[in-house]
Design a protein around this ligand. Structure first.
Ligand code: DAK
Length: 257
């Protein structure tokens, strides 16, 4: 059964993955997550694809992990299923991934959106980590990524009370890149994805890695990493093309070489 729809050529150089369990508000069951992991791995390897969008539908990006699937599980069941490996694979996608979010982005849904590199939200988007109401806590990065995005006080309140965040507050607090009317959020994500896709794929990949380091290492180590990647840009044809195009006053044609 297909719990996601994959369109590798949704737009030039832009692939789209749509979570597709609408009746269950795109609850993230094990199969869906495995399919998502495999699709991202494939798109990451496809040369023509430069940016990937993950979306749901207008009512829900994803209302969390599948509670019905999880309800009867023991700690050992969870350990053996090792869902973290799947989430880690998703996080390791090298190409930029944009979450186009409308409606509910709760629990694992919010965590999935935060695992992406950027979030474009519709005005109806609702973000939250309501796990506490189920007697658990966020397990796929929620306590870490939300805190880094919106700060300790707001994150603590959301995680301890399950209180949700409106799209506009999420934008104000720095969780999402921008908020647009519900009929435009996918278009806006495509616009952003296309803009990134017009850049050098080599430089984009190195820059994404470097920005991510900002959250993972000390400033010294991060700067060191950035410098190595900066040098590496000069090993690409794209660097020559980008600078030559500037000199010649024409648009650059990047090939990812
Ligand atoms: N799981 C399973 N089914 C869900 C669901 C979910 N998370 N969310 C909604 N559904 C189902 C509902 O059961 C309902 O199914 P039927 O009754 O029609 O069969 C259908 O979707 C429509 O939902 P509602 O009837 O409830 O719709 P409403 O508009 O009234 O309410 C709602 C929408 C989003 C407020 C409500 O559905 C809701 O509160 N949903 C649960 C939200 C939630 O608590 N989410 C957090 C789940 S815990 C891990 C990684 C991640 C996680 C855990 C581990 N590892 C790597 C190990 C994450 C955990 C979570 O996300």
């Amino acid at each position: 059964m297909d719990f996601i729809l994959v369109k590798p050529h949704f737009h030039p150089h832009v692939a789209l993955i749509q979570l597709n369990r609408p009746k269950e508000l795109n609850a993230l069951n094990l199969q869906l997550m495995a399919q998502l992991r495999d699709a991202l791995r494939q798109l990451d390897a496809e040369e023509v694809v430069r940016t990937i969008i993950i979306t749901g539908n207008d009512r829900a990006f994803a209302a969390g992990a599948d509670i019905k699937e999880m309800a009867g599980k023991s700690a050992v069941d969870m350990l053996i299923t090792d869902q973290f490996a799947t989430w880690d694979q998703i996080r390791k996608t090298k190409k930029p991934v944009i979450a186009a979010v409308s409606g509910f982005a709760l629990g694992g849904g919010c965590e999935l959106a935060m695992t992406c590199d950027m979030i474009v939200a519709s005005e109806t988007a609702v973000f939250g980590q309501p796990e506490i109401k189920l007697g658990i806590m966020p397990g796929a990065g929620g306590t870490q990524r939300l805190t880094r995005a919106i700060g300790k006080a707001k994150a603590m309140e959301m995680v301890l009370t399950g209180k949700t965040l409106s799209a506009h507050d999420a934008e104000r607090f720095g969780l999402v890149n921008r908020v647009v009317p519900v009929d435009l959020y996918l278009d806006e994500a495509v616009r952003l994805a296309s803009e990134i896709a017009s850049m050098s794929p080599v430089a984009v990949r190195l820059a994404k890695e470097s920005v991510n380091r900002a959250h993972e290492t000390s400033l010294d180590e991060g700067l060191h990493f950035e410098r190595k990647n900066f040098y590496l840009c000069f090993a690409s044809e794209d660097q020559k093309e980008g600078m030559q195009a500037f000199v010649e006053k024409r648009p650059a044609n990047f090939k990812g070489k």
